[in-house]
Design a protein around this ligand. Structure first.
Ligand code: ATP
Length: 597
């Protein structure tokens, strides 16, 4: 409980502190609201008693006017409080959502492999939404309504101690009765929701498998299962609804008992001349008022129980520490970078080795052609350069600096990557290129796009750079997507470029534009190219062949190309022996790589 309380406290202080002014104002408004609710019946009592005593009409009218004014003010305050509470709740939960999104983005790749996007959406959105009420109203509502009940009981007690004791007992009884009755209803509804989930799961599964079900003659069986499920759903729903109705009925019965008790007590005390008729009225009014705060507190407690599960899940996510942390912040100079892998080994699961004892060096400006069968570890090697994962052994240096000494931001600023699957977002072309970095000017973008021969294409778009790209880049051809990815890297201007070349076949004109783009990209930059095209391989200064995570051949391209014993030589021979047309070339090389490696 203590830990639980600290958990709530931490959340409240973190996310409400920045809004402390508004929270204070809301608290004041809620207390005024409570005060007005307590005071108003006293005015009615006064009016009733004064009428009975035959007071002058103007006095009665003034009192009635005061009652109306206070009632209106109280409603206005209630309205403003509701608005403010929503505002505070959503501001706090939005901040929490933003923190969780940022945190999730910083978590390591293994985390994202084991947590589906759907699961994260559920945590970041649904779980946080469940806490909106907790942030905005829980404390104030429970404290405020607790005080209102206390105020009512004190005022009732003040009228007569017997009334006081009676209603203290009544309040305690109602509160516990409400909790018990509600518990029964909640259990019934939980069971009903489980059956409904089964039912929809069944529908989804069997609609997807319609073909197989029909082909295998399973229709009667499926229909029978459906009927069984529907019957269970009917039974549980009727049961839950019945209990809900009984709950409402029992609660109303409890209030009716309270009223009767209050009326009887009032009538008796009045008949004994111990209280005035105004006080008897007040008594009944206050008893009526007890119901609402009790109900609110009950709702809040229920809400908190539901929110607690969400709070725990959110906290568990926030407590996951990324394994890959920023380094102390060593500096790297701009311009092309030297790369050195020293005895690097890596495994995704700490068991299956994916890269083993990889060592190589690249001088600034050199290009490494990385070749190997599918699954040999080329992409993994590129991921290590970005510190998407850290090597299990060995070190990776850029310009003599261990990349673990750099901050992640600095590292990723100095290393650019073009992946096989270009990720484009549902945003403008400009934002897709700059990744929403406002400091990159349109002039810079234009210059890069002109260099890549993409500017005419942008100009032909309906809104130029402001044209929206469809989600997932569906409105662009594969070649355009690739060229935009190149443009992104140009704008970043890194000293090292990793190019995981797409093996998909493009039309000759686009191929040509891509070739030119690669040429420009690798000018005055160090490059690591996972190559699928002959042309790209020929750009490399050094060649490295990987097989099952090991280096099986490594050396200057020119030397390997002229060494008849090298695998690279065989690869080139088979590649060059085939008179390939442009469009067939990549297929031929891919095929040859498979055969030779
Ligand atoms: N995230 C991951 N978790 C676990 N294993 C992985 C992961 N990514 C890749 N692997 C495994 O690591 C090995 C090397 O994969 P990698 O993608 O580096 O190969 P590749 O040479 O780039 O292949 P391709 O040419 O097909 O892209 C494969 O056996 C693959 O199944």
């Amino acid at each position: 409980m203590d830990a639980q309380f600290r958990r709530y406290w931490r959340l409240l202080t973190t996310y409400l502190k920045p809004q402390r002014g508004r929270v204070l104002l809301l608290t004041i408004l809620l207390f005024i609201n409570i005060g007005l609710q307590l005071v108003n019946p006293q005015i009615i009592r006064g009016v009733i008693d004064a009428t009975q005593a035959g007071s002058a009409l103007p006095l009665l009218l003034t009192a009635a006017g005061l009652f109306i004014v206070l009632s209106v003010v109280q409603r206005i305050i209630a309205f403003v409080s509701t608005y403010m509470a929503s505002n505070i709740g959503w501001t706090a939960t939005n901040a929490l959502r933003a923190d969780m999104t940022l945190h999730s983005l910083q978590l390591d790749m293994p985390f994202h492999k084991t947590h589906t996007p759907g699961e994260l959406i559920e945590r970041i959105d649904d779980d946080v939404t469940a806490q909106a009420n907790f942030f905005s109203q829980f404390t104030i509502n429970v404290a405020g309504n607790g005080l209102l009940i206390l105020g009512l009981l004190v005022l009732l007690w003040r009228e007569d101690w017997r009334i006081g004791i009676g209603f203290v007992l009544y309040t305690v009884l109602v509160f516990f009765a409400l909790r018990t009755i509600q518990g029964i209803a909640v259990r019934r509804w939980t069971a009903q929701r489980e059956v409904t989930a089964d039912y929809y799961g069944f529908l989804e599964e069997h609609i997807t498998g319609t073909e197989d079900i029909r082909a295998n003659g399973a229709v009667p069986y499926v229909t029978q299962r459906l009927f069984t499920l529907m019957r269970r759903m009917l039974e549980t729903t009727v049961g839950a609804q019945l209990v809900s109705n009984l709950t409402v009925f029992s609660i109303n019965a409890l209030y009716a008992i309270g009223y009767t008790f209050g009326l009887a007590l009032g009538a008796w005390l009045y008949s004994q001349h111990q209280i005035s008729i105004g006080t008897a009225y007040l008594l009944v009014f206050y008893i009526g008022m007890l119901a609402q705060p009790l109900e609110i507190i009950r709702e809040q407690v229920k809400d908190l129980q539901e929110a607690t599960a969400s709070i725990e899940r959110v906290e568990a996510l926030l407590n996951i520490e990324p394994q890959i942390q920023d380094g102390p912040g060593a500096a790297l100079s701009r311009g092309s970078l030297a790369v050195a892998f020293q005895a690097v080994s890596f495994s995704y699961d700490q068991e299956t080795p994916i890269l083993q004892d990889i060592s190589f060096q690249l001088q600034p400006g050199q290009v490494l052609g990385l070749l190997g069968r599918t699954g040999s570890g080329k992409t993994t090697l590129a991921r290590l350069l970005f510190r998407l994962y850290d090597p299990t052994e060995g070190t990776i240096n850029l310009d003599g600096v261990d990349i673990r000494q750099l901050t992640l931001t600095a590292l990723r600023e100095h290393v650019g990557m073009v992946t096989q699957d270009v990720q484009l977002f549902h945003a403008s072309i400009r934002d897709n290129l700059t990744f929403f970095k406002q400091s990159i000017s349109d002039a810079q973008i234009e210059q890069v796009l002109r260099e890549l021969d993409l500017w005419r294409w942008v100009e032909a778009q309906p809104q130029g750079l402001d044209t929206y790209v469809a989600a997932g880049g569906k409105s662009l051809s594969a070649g355009e997507g690739q060229l935009l990815a190149f443009a992104r890297v140009f704008l970043k201007d890194p000293g090292l470029v990793v190019l995981d070349e797409a093996s998909s076949r493009l039309d000759p004109a686009t191929e040509h534009r891509l070739e030119q783009a690669v040429d420009r990209l690798l000018q005055q930059r160090t490059g690591i190219v996972i190559a699928h095209r002959l042309q790209t391989v020929q750009r490399a200064d050094v060649i490295m062949l990987l097989e099952e995570g090991r280096v099986v051949e490594y050396g200057p391209r020119a030397a390997l190309a002229s060494d008849p014993h090298s695998r690279f030589y065989s690869l080139l021979q088979t590649g060059l022996e085939n008179p390939a047309t442009d469009s067939q070339e990549s297929d031929v090389v891919a095929q040859n790589m498979k055969e030779v490696l």
